[in-house]
Design a binder for this molecule. Structure first.
Ligand code: ATP
Ligand code: MG
Length: 215
């Protein structure tokens, strides 16, 4: 069987990937937002999609349960990228990884004083490495979502989170104080699948690359 499985997450990644898939002649037969199915057939008998949590995409591809997938740099960095070929930055789902604190919290001073900073985040590895580079001692608190709440209720002094418009930060009286890195989503391919299913996978990569050039 030379069919391929592509792992995607619902929401913005699926939405922003749909035009790329269409350019490659791939149209899902169902909409994951309305369907409860986790395996979606497409118009192409040799291509199916699986719908997984954004942070699980690299795991499915690494183990070959999916041949390829699309994941944010945030997720790939935390995962480590082992066993994944990353041929393309698709320039979708763009945002920034940032440090944010409560308005009025003197971040610079607290960092310079050498006090331990309590940092809440879903991105523990990214945060640990960022503060290590700066030589700032941190106590990391792992959260799975709604990071913005942590500084407001005294769980943490700062958060490390994704920011796009800044609207969520503003709505919660938080301000970004440091920019850690630019985030966008990448195509990831299982390295063994790339060799075994090259005649299906390579043209897809080439079509996606051509789409990016046209933008
Ligand atoms: P889950 O909902 O399963 O906890 P998630 O919140 O990370 O996961 P999404 O919000 O769909 O899932 O985010 C998927 C990817 O989109 C992220 O990994 C990131 O790369 C990117 N992303 C997240 N937030 C934004 C944003 N505000 N603007 C643009 N891209 C974003
Ligand atoms: Mg989200």
């Amino acid at each position: 069987m030379n069919g391929i499985t592509i792992a995607l997450s619902k929401g913005r990644i699926f939405e922003e990937t749909t035009p790329l898939l269409a350019a490659a002649g791939i149209v899902p037969l169902e909409d994951p937002e309305s369907s409860r199915k986790l395996i979606l057939d497409t118009n192409r008998p040799d291509v199916r999609l699986i719908i997984v949590r954004a942070s699980d995409v690299p795991t499915y591809v690494q183990h070959g349960a999916a041949d390829m997938g699309i994941a944010g740099k945030d997720v790939l960095y935390e995962h480590g990228g082992d066993g994944l070929y990353q041929p393309l930055d698709l320039q979708i789902a763009k945002c920034r990884m940032m440090v944010a604190v409560r308005e009025g919290f003197d971040y610079e001073r607290s960092v310079h004083q050498g006090a331990r900073l309590r940092v809440a985040t879903k991105y523990v590895k990214t945060a640990r490495e960022h503060f290590a580079r700066k030589g700032v001692h941190v106590d990391l608190i792992k959260l799975y979502g709604s990071m913005e709440l942590a500084p407001l209720v005294g769980l943490a002094d700062a958060i490390v989170d994704l920011v796009s418009s800044g609207g969520t930060l503003r709505a919660n009286n938080l301000v970004a104080v440091e920019d850690i890195m630019a985030i966008s989503s990448r195509l990831v391919v299982n390295q063994a699948a790339l060799k075994l299913k090259r005649e299906t996978i390579r043209p897809l990569i080439d079509t996606f690359a051509a789409c990016l050039k046209k933008r």
